[in-house]
Design a protein around this ligand. Structure first.
Ligand code: PLP
Length: 402
């Protein structure tokens, strides 16, 4: 006899989400998620789909017709990009400078391609000269890179130059913008990117569930010209085209509530203005970085390629990083994260994304983190850190620190 489990009504603790994602969700997005469902082929829902596509094009700075939310989290949009753009036997150039570059290589393998690497240390961006050499050596059909590496806190600079290099060598250029879309400057068309995917739960401050993907005509041509079917039925864009394209016919049931949420999150982006939103992230995260540095914590990524939406700081040698993060969560209700891969135990990852990127959150985090680190035996000057952050916030400047 299997007894019926009796659990209390859902009541998770209050948290301030300052980790690598998810970020705090705006109340308007939460409200949109309680909107009654309609059918995924209801003419009213088809209009909502058009609106979401339009809003996505605005946030991504693109006119690409093929701009859709993929059902699933960022990895679903990522897998949609790789499984459609990589043909069996294709060489694909991927970066080695972070955790998500490694995931790219794995997805290339599963799509039947061969990943080849352009190398850079974890904590540094790709050097265009190395990309040029790797393109010339391996002649890949696709070059993929991570615009905002969430594992290291590095923002890849010189994106237009990288895209141009890829094109000069006959490759398409694919960018992972999971941690940049809606928080950090990203211009799909002006930068010449053939394909870009992202996620909802970072700088868009939407619950994970429907993830942006945009493809230029160059990428769609490659997909339409494939001789072998995409190995994934669910993520096959030539099939999804029937739902998201003109036909609007059934492929799979759209995650309706997630689409409602994304629509509201994107409406908030459009109301704020995408460039004002980038500036807000720079200002608020700049105060966070200034506060951490002045307090005595050492940033892992150099200022020249610092990623505002995700700051990595080194864990002081005297301190147990996991214990500090746990105390921050249980005693102060603030979430941050430790490092991934080779940075596990070396850094904390502190997010400043979307609705979480607010002055009050930064000051609360600096005060709580500083007091826990000090209590654990770390040498930090919490008051100096708070003063530096407050000064930066009061100056209302988006100019970087350091
Ligand atoms: C840069 C990057 N790419 C891809 C992903 C995968 O997204 P998800 O965890 O939503 O599947 C993440 C998630 O943190 C990420 O930071």
């Amino acid at each position: 006899m299997i007894e019926a489990p009796r659990y209390a009504e859902l009541s998770p603790p209050d948290r301030i989400l300052m980790g690598p994602g998810p970020s705090d969700v705006h109340p308007r997005v939460l409200r949109a998620m309680t909107t009654p469902l309609i059918g995924h082929l209801d003419p009213a829902f088809l209009r909502i789909m058009d609106e979401v596509q339009d809003l996505l094009r605005y946030a991504l700075r693109t006119r690409n017709r093929w701009t859709i939310p993929v059902s699933g989290t960022g990895s679903a949009a990522m897998e949609a990009a790789f499984s459609n753009l990589v043909r069996p036997g294709d060489a694909v150039l991927v970066p080695s400078n972070g955790y998500f570059g490694l995931r790219m290589a794995e997805m290339v393998r599963r799509a039947g391609g061969s990943p080849v690497e352009v190398e850079a240390p974890w904590g540094r961006p790709l050097d265009p000269d190395d990309v040029r050499d790797a393109l010339a050596r391996h002649r890949p059909s696709l070059f993929a890179f991570v615009h905002a590496e969430t594992s290291t806190g590095v923002l890849q600079p010189e994106v237009p130059a990288l895209a141009e290099l890829a094109h000069e060598h006959g490759a398409l250029c694919l960018a992972d913008a999971v941690t940049s879309l809606g928080g950090v400057e990203l211009r799909v068309d002006d930068w010449g990117l053939d394909a870009v995917y992202s996620g909802g739960q970072k700088c868009l401050s939407c619950p994970p569930g429907a993830s942006p993907l945009t493809l230029a005509e160059s990428a769609m041509e490659r997909i339409r010209g494939r001789e072998q079917a995409v190995r994934s039925w669910y993520l096959d864009l030539s099939l999804l085209e029937h739902y998201w394209g003109d036909e609007r016919s059934y492929h799979h049931t759209a995650p309706i509530t997630s689409i409602y949420a994304l629509r509201e999150a994107l409406r908030l982006v459009a109301e704020e203005g995408i460039e004002a939103r980038w500036a807000r992230h720079l200002r608020v995260a700049g105060a966070l970085r200034a506060g951490l540095e002045t307090m005595g914590l050492i940033p892992h990524a150099d200022m020249a390629f610092w990623l505002p939406s995700l700051t990595t700081v080194r864990i002081p040698p005297a301190v147990d990083g996991k214990r500090v993060a746990r105390r921050l969560l249980t005693e102060h209700g603030i979430e941050i994260a430790g490092g991934l891969g080779s940075l596990a135990g070396v850094v904390w990852r502190i997010g400043c994304m979307g609705h979480s990127a607010r002055p009050g959150n930064v000051l609360a985090l600096l005060s709580a983190l500083g007091s826990v680190v000090a209590d654990e035996g770390g040498a930090v000057d919490v008051a100096a850190g708070l003063a530096a952050a407050s000064t930066r916030l009061a100056a209302k400047t988006g100019a970087p620190v350091g």
